[in-house]
Design a binder for this molecule. Structure first.
Ligand SMILES: [Zn+2]
Length: 306
């Protein structure tokens, strides 16, 4: 929930960082939700939706992109609302049916995402009615090549997914896979600047009032990554480790290491950027940095989320 002014009928469930925020639309005729959070929070997502809808059904589910923290509640919502229309960006629809958890990144990131169905796509350049207002769908590649963001021009409200947060933006995953995508991140920033939003509902963190400083800092951060891509890779590896800690809360350090060893993104990042450091030393070094930033804690054989 938020102090920022939001269009009527729109409700934001601000979640932790493991789950994306969920945006619920209650219109006169129909209801919809944007993004469904992470799998381990799916029950809570369903509860939040049920309470807010007060007996009404949920008609439409939209995903800004198909990362596990944005789609992990899809399956649970589909089970509770059998008539639910599920709309996804078109770029990866062929990976959802037939289900390809590797290409959808759930396997290489070592993350969970129960299988879900989709019934249609949200095509960039089109509009969709949500809570009685028309929302523009814009392509927003960078963090994910097929991500979309949504914009409502009357209230100038932007649903920015992981393209822009109040402080920063999501890991640029294609860069970890050897594709150039920093330019796409920059182009998406330009798009957002041209839309001139008043209020931004990000994929993670609080709703915020837009001011130029937000994009200025994001561009500065992006430039640091462009000038030194290994800095981005290092950051990404820490994000993936922290995500696992958020999911598990605590586990044996040997199991944590073993999970990282089996998770192909870590192998890929190390080989591309840090090949001179042995795998175990590299993960230990990243973990020590997480500890120093007070977002992880070691206790005997255990590693804990902090
Ligand atoms: Zn994402």
């Amino acid at each position: 929930m938020t102090g920022e002014r939001l269009p009527a009928g729109l409700l934001v469930f601000e979640r932790g960082w493991l789950s994306s925020n969920n945006i619920l639309f209650r219109g006169t005729e129909s209801s919809a939700i944007v993004d469904s959070g992470y799998a381990t929070h799916a029950e809570q997502t369903v509860d939040l939706v049920e309470v807010a809808l007060q007996g009404r059904s949920l008609d439409t589910l939209l995903n800004t992109h198909l990362h596990s923290d944005h789609c992990g509640g899809n399956s649970a919502l589909q089970a509770v609302y059998p008539g639910l229309q599920t709309l996804i960006p078109p770029g990866q629809a062929h990976l959802v049916s037939p289900w390809d958890p590797s290409a959808l990144t759930y396997v290489p990131t070592g993350q969970l995402c129960p299988q879900y169905q989709f019934t249609g796509v949200i095509t960039p350049g089109c509009e969709i009615e949500l809570a009685d207002k028309l929302w523009q769908i814009h392509a927003a590649p960078g963090h994910d090549p097929d991500s979309v963001i949504l914009f409502e021009p009357q209230s100038r409200t932007l649903i920015s997914a992981d393209a822009l947060w109040e402080s920063g933006f999501g890991v640029v995953f294609p860069e970890l896979e050897g594709s150039n995508a920093f330019d796409e991140v920059a182009a998406t920033f330009d798009l957002i600047e041209n839309l001139a939003p008043r209020t931004v509902i990000p994929g993670h963190g609080p709703v915020f009032g837009y001011r130029p400083q937000v994009l200025a800092s994001a561009r500065q951060r992006l430039n640091a990554f462009v000038n030194n891509p290994s800095r981005h890779a290092h950051h990404a590896a820490k994000v993936l480790l922290k995500f696992k800690l958020l999911e598990q809360q605590k586990l044996l350090f040997v199991d944590f290491l073993e999970w990282a060893r089996r998770t192909s993104y870590f192998q890929q990042i190390r080989e591309a950027f840090f090949a001179s450091i042995p795998f175990e030393d590299w993960v230990a070094q990243l973990t020590a940095e997480l500890e120093r930033s007070a977002v992880a804690r070691r206790d005997g054989d255990l590693i804990l989320n902090a």
